[in-house]
Design a protein around this ligand. Structure first.
Ligand code: PGA
Length: 251
């Protein structure tokens, strides 16, 4: 009942030409997929170009961040409606790299999530623990705090539309993925946290992704887990060969 979602986070990669080439290749390789959603999140500079070649069926467009204000003197920022205008359906919010390098706080993540929802964008909200927190047994506390803060003051119908990406920080870009069984436990905790706020029915509709060194050779085992509804993929989303295999996972 939850449509699986496979999202590629291209981070700081790809010129306009490279972005278009990759999407054209992906169209050919993926073809028509039923009951699976595929999203690519290019850098801002390539959104328009990618949007112009999407066929409206196979692949949807996402951005990697936004700002919560509609307009004004905020040099360097991009507003929610600007992303809608260029054809985005999704937007990643609170990625650990933004939290780490750009000092994003839980409060900012909450403001961004609200602004995205109000503009009709679907936020993909990232949460996850560091290696030290994992080793201290704090994973549940950390993700609980992050999820509660991100969803603060959202209504149940807003919560239903959110996507959560559980990404243990130590697994991002390291080639060391979490075990599917451990990820399932944390993802199930996240669903319970959401149920406490929005009720079982709404929490049951939320898609929760795993992210962190997802590759063609481990996606199938993640997708076999009951509560894992897809993946947020960094490095392995940069080539057609690996990302198309990931979206064609077998569970
Ligand atoms: P990775 O990145 O797949 O390269 O580990 C995941 C992410 O940062 O979303």
């Amino acid at each position: 009942m939850r449509t699986p979602l496979l999202a590629g986070n291209w981070k700081l990669h790809k010129t306009v030409r490279e972005a278009k080439e990759l999407v054209e290749e992906l169209h050919r390789a993926i073809g028509k997929l039923y009951e699976r959603e595929v999203v690519v999140c290019p850098p801002f500079t390539a959104l328009q170009a990618v949007s112009s070649i999407l066929d409206g069926k196979t692949i949807k467009l996402g951005a990697q961040d936004l700002f919560w204000e509609e307009k004004g003197a905020y040099t360097g920022e991009v507003a929610p409606l600007m992303l809608k205008d260029v054809g985005c359906t999704y937007v990643i919010i609170g990625h650990s790299e933004r939290r780490k390098y750009f000092s994003e706080t839980d409060e900012w993540v909450n403001r961004k999530a609200k602004a995205a929802l109000e503009a009709g964008l679907i936020p993909i909200i990232c949460v996850g623990e560091s290696l030290a927190q994992r080793e201290e047994g704090k994973t549940v506390d950390v993700v609980t705090t992050q999820v509660q803060a991100a969803l603060k003051d959202l209504t149940a119908s807003q919560v239903e539309r959110v996507v959560i990406a559980y990404e243990p920080i130590w697994a991002i870009g390291t080639g060391k993925n979490d075990s599917p069984v451990e990820a399932q436990k944390t993802v199930s905790t996240i669903r319970n946290v959401m149920a406490a706020q929005a009720g079982d029915e709404s929490a049951g509709k939320v898609r929760i992704l795993y992210g962190g060194s997802v590759k063609p050779d481990n996606i199938d085992s993640f997708m076999k887990e009951r509560d894992i509804d897809g993946a947020l993929v960094g490095g392995a989303s940069l080539t057609c060969e690996s990302f198309s295999r990931i979206v064609k996972y077998e569970a």
